[in-house]
Ligand binder design. Sequence first.
Ligand SMILES: NC(=O)c1ccc[n+]([C@@H]2O[C@H](COP(=O)([O-])OP(=O)(O)OC[C@H]3O[C@@H](n4cnc5c(N)ncnc54)[C@H](OP(=O)(O)O)[C@@H]3O)[C@@H](O)[C@H]2O)c1
Length: 335
Amino acid sequence: MLKVAVNGYGTIGRRVADALELQSDMELAGITKWTPDYYAFLATQKGIPIFAGDEAARQKLVSSGIKVAGLVPDLLSYSDIVVDCSPEKGEQNRKMYEEFGKRVVFQGGEESSIAECSFVAQCNFEEAHDRKYVRVVSCNTTGLCRILKSIDDSVGVEKAIATLVRRATDPNDTKKGPIDSVVPDPVELPSHHSEDVKTVLHDINLTTMAVKVPTTHMHLHALAVKVREPVLEKAIEGVSRATRIILMSSKQGHSSTSTVMDYARELGRPRGDLYEAAVWRESMKIEEGWLYLFMGIHQEAIVIPENIDCLRSMTGLMDSSSSIQATNRSLGISK
Ligand SMILES: NC(=O)c1ccc[n+]([C@@H]2O[C@H](COP(=O)([O-])OP(=O)(O)OC[C@H]3O[C@@H](n4cnc5c(N)ncnc54)[C@H](OP(=O)(O)O)[C@@H]3O)[C@@H](O)[C@H]2O)c1
C-alpha cells in the first residue's frame, strides 16, 4: 500500500483524501491543518490523522479540542509520497519535501516550473512515470486538455480558440468577488491557459481568453476548433468515447450549469461532485471547417481522478488504462 500524505485540506485536499481512502493500492497517511475550523472537526470524526502545520497551529488545534498526531515533518517521515494541496505554497513547501526526499504531486495553482512535467491522465500518463515532482494542472486546463485530446484523436485539431467563463470563487468562500460584474481576467490577451495546456499537449495550437463572473459552481468554456476532418458525427463519437467527458443534452433539460450541477447531485456522489467535463451535445456544430461546442467544468472535482492517476504513474503502480479504470470505478465514473 502506497502511504500518501495530503498537505493542505481545503477544497482539493479533502476530496483527494476521500478519493485515496477508496483505492485498494493506496492509503491516506494523514492530512495537515492550520485552522481549527469545522473541516478539522470533520476529519477527526472520519478518523483521519491530523498533523499540525507548525507549532503555533498545533497549539490552536489542541486548545480547540482537536487531537493532533504530530507536525508536518512527522507526517512526511511516515509517508511514501505527498500530494501538496496548499494554497499555492508549493514552492515554499518544496524545500521541506526535498529535505525528506519525498516525491510530490503539486496542483495547478503552482507555476509549471515547480515540477518536471504537468499531468492529465488521458493525455500524458506515461510522462509522469518515475518522476519526483509532477503537477496536476488546474481545473480549466484539465478540461481543455481532455476535450482537445479527444477531438484531436478523432478529427484532428489544426487550431483552437477557447473563451473561458470562469466562476468567481468556490461555494464556501465569501471573501472574493465579483458580485455584480463581468471581469476580463486578464484584460491582456491571451490568458495563461493556452500556455498551460501546452505543458501537457505540447504541440497544440491554442489561444485562450477568460472572464470571471459572479457564480460559484462551474466554469463554462466556449470552444471553436478548426479541425482537419470536418465530420460532425466522427467528432461527436470521439468525444462520447473519451473517458471523463460526458455529453449532456438540452433536450433533457440541461439549460445551464445549474442543471448540470443538479444532475451531479442526483448521481448521489459525495458532495455532488462531477469529475467529468460536461459537453452540451446540441452545441456541437461544424461550420466552414470549425467545430463549436460548450463545455462545463466542475472546478472542485475535475482534478481529483487526475491526482490519483498521477500517484500511480509516478510510482509505477499501474499502467495508464488500468489506473484510469481503477480510479473511475472507485469514484463512480462510468467511462
Ligand atoms: N478550488 C478549486 O476550484 C481548484 C481547482 C483546481 C485546482 N486548484 C488548486 O489546488 C490548490 C489548492 O487549492 P484549494 O482551492 O484546495 O485551496 P483552499 O481551499 O484554500 O485550501 C488550502 C488548504 O491549505 C492549507 N494550508 C495553509 N497553509 C499551507 C501550507 N503552507 N502548506 C500546505 N497547506 C497549507 C489550508 O489549511 P487551513 O484550512 O487549516 O488553514 C487549507 O486547508 C491550489 O494550487 C489551487 O490553484 C483549486
